[in-house]
Design a protein around this ligand. Sequence first.
Ligand code: UDX
Length: 471
Amino acid sequence: MDTKPPSPPHVVIFPFPAQGHVNSMLKLTELLLEASLNITFLISAKDHDRLARFTTVHSHLNSYSGHFRFHVIHGLYEGPMVTEEQQSLIMAESLPKVVGPLLRNLLLDSQVTCLIADGFTDFPLDAAQGTGVPVISFRTISACAFWAYFSVPELIESGDLPIQGTNLDERILSLKGMEGFLRRRDLPSFCRSDINNKIFQQITRISRRTTEAHALLINTFDDLEGPIISQIQQHCPNIYTIGPLHAHLKARTSSKTTSSNSLFEEDKTCITWLDQKAPKSVLYVSFGSLATVTREQLMEFWYGLVNSGKLFLWVIREDLVLKQDDENKVPIELEEGTKERGYMVGWAPQEEVLAHPAVGAFLTHNGWNSTLESIVEGVPMISWPYFADQQINSRFVEAVWKLGLDMKDTCDRTIIEKTIKEVMEERKMEFIESANRMARLAKESINEGGSSYGNLNRLVEDIKMMGIGSK
Ligand code: UDX
């Protein structure tokens, strides 16, 4: 008689190779490891190397005694991905060519229970076809952004797209659940392009194909996006909302240390700087891992920050500012204002920064991870969305969740100064109260009895059932 215990289900996880995606999928990985599943995590050679250099994630995940392994992908495009064109190129060419066959072999040759693939691409659905391995699609963006991507065919049918004329303040009436507050300018950035172009078609096709997946995972929570999740559910009935993942992981591993998932080297000196500042006195400024600004925009932000008179901690990534030939000299008033009230780093330990009592507001591009991290810590936001999902996230921040103010489509020192003062002075208490309320709901969702807590348990049980079904 075979007395060997059955081996745990084996899940293959594939993130799109960019910080925001790798980050949230590693958090999910650890949550599944906590539930004793086996994980193979596909990662580009470049990201693997960066994680090894800047984090302890390798040893951390290996501490799940033999349940985890990285599968390193060589030969992927490693150039910049700061424009939608560059992202589209890797989605359409490099990933399907390099990862497609690799994924298929993995699914055919190893005992894989299910594949959790980044829903930002659709080739994993093709790679899994005929293998009998169910694919769970993981969208690392908000439910509201995904729903907008998904609804593009209806927006075209109703005439809301393509955008006619130049009035971006016109209301969008055909996006279900957002009729009362959505304007053209709040649609995902690709909606401003020609609907016949390649990126537009690609994003629309990929989003729509989510219905072919076995299930949909979203890094969000029901109290934040319930009405929109219900809309998506009419097309993708099997949804697991399990976020905010970073906080969910901390809640389930409270006795353990966690590791950062940064692909850049964190400068922790900013924490010492924050330690000396009064509660809620500092504005934290960061535009995530991909956004770039022109030198002109940089100067507008810089003047806006200095003129606001507030303390500020600003992440200036090495590649944040697009190189231009013009003069790089910094005006004396900015130099002095920064010396007095500012601190700059190349990359911050962001979760720790947002949790610091000295931080009073976050000037953010509203990437989805940054937005959730701010929500969990109850930090009001000033939004300056750059591209993709960020335009719609920032509209929800201001108009639906009332967590801050949206400066999209402007970059003017006077507006920046005024908005900072409004969020950190004039309407400070109003924003702090709504941010605290949402932070409480976020925490409730990931604690025992909460919606995300229950959904994660359901996900683990469902994966275990898939394992039994395939034996
Ligand atoms: C982008 C998208 O806009 C995002 O919505 C999508 O889900 C993934 O791709 P990105 O622009 O990098 O991602 O933003 P964001 O999702 O906010 O992720 C950035 C991550 O880097 C966050 O987890 C943040 O904590 C971290 N970070 C950022 C740092 O650790 N230090 C920093 O200095 C800046």
